[in-house]
Design a protein around this ligand. Structure first.
Ligand SMILES: [Zn+2]
Length: 128
């Protein structure tokens, strides 16, 4: 996503998007910044961006439309590398999930040998 903050009286007022992919990962930090600066809302499982999107159609013509909302598909948290289930806790709870459900198997994620990982982003899909 290509995003530019538009300022009013030296404060961020809204944003202008040049691109808004169908599938987007928003980091926790990005969402937090947006909420603090007032151009983003996280509500009812959806991320709402305040501003405009210079949307290009198939012919390459740009139309300025309201910025899209994104539906949150997956929240930040602890996830199992085997079955992608969200786990309520990273310690004993995650370890026993891996032990019970995927006993004796090597983690499919070489970076996370434990079999679970922390995702610090919102996995989203654009609402059209
Ligand atoms: Zn699992």
């Amino acid at each position: 996503m290509w995003l530019k903050r538009i300022f009013k009286n030296k404060k961020p007022d809204h944003v202008l998007l040049k691109t808004a992919p169908k599938n987007q990962k928003f980091s926790v930090r990005f969402v937090q910044n947006g909420i603090e600066e007032g151009w983003l809302k996280l509500r009812d499982g959806s991320i709402q961006i305040q501003g405009f999107w210079d949307r290009k159609n198939d012919l390459g013509v740009v139309n300025r439309v309201p910025a899209p909302s994104y539906q949150v598909i997956k929240y930040p948290g602890i996830y199992c590398c085997f079955c992608e289930e969200m786990l309520p806790d990273g310690g004993i709870v995650a370890q026993s999930h891996v032990e019970d459900k995927h006993h004796g198997l090597d983690s499919p994620d070489a970076m996370n040998k434990s079999g679970y990982r922390f995702k610090n982003f919102y996995e989203c899909e654009r609402e059209d």
